[in-house]
Ligand binder design. Sequence first.
Ligand SMILES: [Zn+2]
Length: 365
Amino acid sequence: MRASATSVLQPLAAAGLRSTVKGALLLRQLRARGDTAAAVDASAGRTLLDTTFSVDLHGHPTVIPALRSRSATAHARGIEAGGMKAIVLAAVGDLAAIGWRPRRGIGIVRSPGPGELYQSTSRQLDAMTRFVEASRFRVLRRSGDVVTGTQRNGRGVLLAIEGGDFLEGQLERLEAVYQRGVRSLQLVHYRVNELGDIQTAPPRHGGLTPFGRDVVREANRLGMLVDLAHATSEVTKAVVHCSTQPVMISHTNVREDGGSARFISREHARVVADAGGLIGAWPFSPEPRFSAFIDRILRLVDAVGPDHVGIGTDMDGLGPYAVFADYAEWPSIPAALLARGLRRDDVVKIMGGNFRRLFEAVASG
Ligand SMILES: [Zn+2]
């Protein structure tokens, strides 16, 4: 489908992107020739997940209509079937301003009016809250919630916002969304906002802005996670320097021989890991093989060690570029990591232990 330069992601749903995405997915399945999450013998992964905490560091089930692969109920069933204990569910702060640009990928397609990004984000938070309630999941708010909210088959959702665009330069809005349960803020996304520069557009601020620094300090004060996915390495270094807490990059990969602009160098990854932070491996690839995603997780482990790696699926945020697209197949990830020779303890940390440590530190200040 050719999207016009003025279209945004939401109206694209009506224009048939969803059926295009489904067609592309089928094509990819054919090209993967059995190298898929579904084809893995996942029993060892299932056993491991039965008794341990695991979490998706970044996902959008039900949030982005144009990229929705299945219903909210089907996602909730997948989360339960996959033995997951929690997901970080992210609203998109710049959703009303971004879209697909022919030959240039995702980026800004229109300039939002005053208040528009705040309203859009607010509506997404409402939808996310409805999803959590309908699924009988718990919103994770305090450090102890990760344990209590997910025991005895409970499932937790950590509410997040991807892009500080909704702040529109107003710091007090961070506490307003905190009151609504938001516990993770990704500073930037696909729009160069008031906080800092992004990986997919030329730098405009020279890194983190003074407002961005204020937001990081306010997040520290409130006990919110700071997520540096999409941020440049200059922003990352500046945030790590001014933050009193470790940070995460919820979805990325270590760059080797080119690759996506959204990938990071080993040095960039180490800046976050050396400060006690966490980096989520991201199943984004034009190459549909599941084993290639497992390779990327191992590359990240090689770069920063098993104490600083997690999994950020970007569920329903990747369209046809998702290598992992069904939560029910979550056990295939630990099963594949065990099969590649990772120690069980390390797999447990990667699937959720590392996130639990990070959130408990940040939330208890
Ligand atoms: Zn996302």
